[in-house]
Ligand binder design. Sequence first.
Ligand code: FAD
Length: 449
Amino acid sequence: MASRSARTPVRVFWFRRDLRLHDNRGLAFATSGDLPVLPLFIFDTGILSKLEDRDDARVGFIHSTLLEMREALKASGSDLLVLHGKPVEVWKKVLKDYDVQEVVINHDYEPYARDRDRAVYDLLSKSGVAMKSSKDHVVFEKAEVSKDDGKPYTVFTPYFRKWLATLTSDDLKPSKVVSNFLEWTAPTFPSLSDLGFEANAISIPGASVTPKLIKNYEETRNLPAITGTSRLGVHLRFGTVSIRELVRKAKAAAKDDIWLKELVWREFFTQILWHFPHVVKGPFRPEYASVAWRHDEKEFMAWTEGRTGYPIVDAGMRELNATGFMHNRVRMITASFLVKHLAIDWKWGEAYFARRLLDFELASNNGNWQWVAGTGCDAAPYFRVFNPQLQQKKFDAEGEYVKRWVPEIETPHYPKPIVDHVVARTRIMKLYSTGLGRKAPAPSKSVRS
Ligand code: FAD
């Protein structure tokens, strides 16, 4: 451990969406060298200023995670430098205040992050400081799993097959972080209110999953009334758990790869976003740009607030608003309802989920919304319309989930359905057919339970 001095030559490790001190590829690399490591996190005003809610629980989660990391670093005589501002401006200050020899990060694949990292790379280069980056967030990235002709996969099943065939035990090896941190004490650590935020009462489950849950996942995954899924999304989002550790657990707990497949959907959409960044702005399939979505604010509000008169839809939206989580089956039902029953632009729904989901991931949120709307790469056909009542019967047969979130369900206070299922179905078929210049399919083939 090198002793504190602003002029001690250091390597800086810049944390972003990899908030852990163990099995962290970039951090392991950073600490393996001769120079002591100065750990840094920047609360990016470019991101924070776009958040609509002052009590956004994700900011609180990052803040409390950083406090825990700081405690762990302090226990070994080091500290965490936490700064607040525009990354390039913050980096100018860091270069002035410290003798930075090298900067280490983990790759981030989102368009905003790519631009940010390029700008910081350019700044560092001008000062003669190298920036090195590791793969950490996924097992396979970019073109590592691609078709034999080198093109990216746009259909999940062959991608998954190739993903499995590519995997070796080396890909899952934990990376060892050694205690080669700069010995120093940080003068400040911004509070939530310094950042312009306040605490939120939402509680976030811990970052663990049992072998039993993984083993039983096929039977439990579709039942929103029980905790049959891992609730690890938020931890994967912010890197408080290692994807390599989860894949090792998935492989050890079950032979059927069903839960593993979910982790790989995440990687599938990450590589879709990497190869096809246009998905952020509009449909993966350009022909869907001509669908004339409705932009009905009143009905959109009813959807966001869980007042559509369709109990499973309302339960899902209320669960999301109250907890920052919504069960995957219910995400599919609520999203489908917005797009197909209300014919409202899926981009509105995508943005609302982005605001509320603790596990919001640009790649997964966008990929799944496009799946639901039929505009995506490996999407549900546009003419399949979930029937919310049948979905409820199938996946919440006793009404336990619905009653939990919509206690007034059997009282006169519960609203009448905002739209009739059959009327809605006919309307959306027309919109799609007109937009795509195709004949509307016959109704019998078009209803999915
Ligand atoms: P588990 O079922 O235990 O799965 C484990 C992990 O696998 C998840 O935490 C997640 O990282 C990954 N995963 C599972 N299903 C998917 C999937 N379909 N696509 C991509 N990754 C998946 N997931 C997000 O992580 N962020 C989002 O913003 C997001 N938005 C969604 C929007 C819609 C409209 C829909 C239908 C799904 C969305 N999902 C999103 C996918 C899925 O609903 C969540 O990952 C899952 O519900 C999280 O719960 P869990 O952690 O208990 O997952």
